[in-house]
Design a protein around this ligand. Sequence first.
Ligand SMILES: [Zn+2]
Length: 161
Amino acid sequence: MVKTEAVKFLVTEECGRLARWLRLMGYDTAQATMQSLTELYRMAYSQHRIVVTRNSRVSASCLFPVIHLNSPLLEEQLRQLLRELKLELDDIRFFTRCDRCNVPVEEMEKPLVRDLVPPYVYRTQERFFSCPSCQRIYWPATHWQRACAVFDRLQREVGHG
Ligand SMILES: [Zn+2]
């Protein structure tokens, strides 16, 4: 069993949507854009990342464990990962990372975002976060609630939550 907080992923390029969802769940998830398998394995090995792929070339020749996703469907892929790694989702870690850059977001004082978000959002939201890499501003909105509902459902279905 893998210790949940320690889990880091390296997802190959055809699974970009999965990479973004893993980041939303709080997992450090790098995406492989390199063409060379050797480089991919080196990165996984040196950064202690679990390789996740749908590319059978990657899974067939890897010398250490790789998770080969059985389904092209996002929820099915998440379910497989939760099951195989016995991951337990932790809501404290949800939305703590930029889903594009994979870096931790930082909470911002509300007045600092006044000119950076739409007026309606500024009026109705209290907490704001920004990504130090791409400068995007995040706030807890309905898509967060929808994502949380998906996380909860997956956790229940997998049955060790
Ligand atoms: Zn970012």
